[in-house]
Ligand binder design. Structure first.
Ligand code: SF4
Length: 217
């Protein structure tokens, strides 16, 4: 007798999780960027159809050992709780969370967190390429300007990226892409119009996406 579809799915998820764990061991040992401040931060090895990509951890995330662990995370998880009806814990269990860079870049001279530079982004992209190949996500959530640029492959004002569903590819994987603003308090974009309405629209598109339904089924 053949195996049931659910046992086949469970076995595929097990393989995906094991491959992600191997990749995480390599990530944890990575010291490729001399200016970056460790430790490497990543979410758990979740076999998910949804891949969330942020910019980089802030100064606090390293001590918590997980992405979006401080104030920006509180805002972002509140957005998801209101739009999807899932709390932070469940979101972390069901969505694979990555970032353009996995180490804290330090502070910028003018205040705020330094943006990862082009070399750092290129080095860390090798991990994202492999994660995309392992997960083959059906939905990519790009959070913040840098992640949006990296995922969509072009620079655009937030008002032209947020609030749309893009049918695209990410590292060769056909996928849908939804851009969200960065939840950091450093930018008021998502609190003022048109950002407020565009964010609401984007979260509505996220909530209605079949990959979200699959992730939280
Ligand atoms: S930012 Fe990425 S590539 Fe650079 S040291 Fe950290 S994990 Fe390695």
């Amino acid at each position: 007798m053949g195996r049931s579809a659910s046992s086949t799915d469970a076995s595929a998820a097990g393989v995906t999780t094991r491959r992600l764990r191997v990749l995480h061991q390599e990530l944890d040992a990575c010291r490729a960027c001399p200016e970056m401040i460790g430790p490497v931060v990543h979410g758990p090895a979740v076999a998910s159809p949804v891949l969330l990509i942020g910019q980089a951890p802030g100064p606090r995330e390293g001590s918590f050992g997980r992405p979006f662990a401080w104030t920006a995370g509180k805002t972002m998880f509140r957005w998801f709780e209101e739009a999807l009806g899932v709390n932070e814990e469940r979101f972390r269990e069901r969505v694979y969370m990555a970032a353009v860079a996995r180490c804290f870049p330090g502070k910028a001279s003018g205040g705020g967190d330094r943006k990862p530079d082009a070399d750092e982004i290129a080095r860390c992209r090798t991990f994202l390429e492999r994660e995309a190949a392992i997960l083959r996500p059906r939905l990519v959530l790009a959070v913040g300007t840098l992640a949006i640029e990296q995922v969509l492959g072009e620079k655009k004002p937030l008002a032209e990226s947020v609030g749309r569903l893009v049918h695209g590819t990410y590292h060769g994987v056909p996928t849908d892409i939804i851009a969200l603003p960065h939840p950091s308090g450093a930018s008021p974009w998502h609190k003022l119009e048109p950002g407020k309405s565009l964010l609401r629209k984007a979260l509505g598109i996220v909530a209605a996406h079949p990959a979200i339904e699959a992730a939280f089924a």
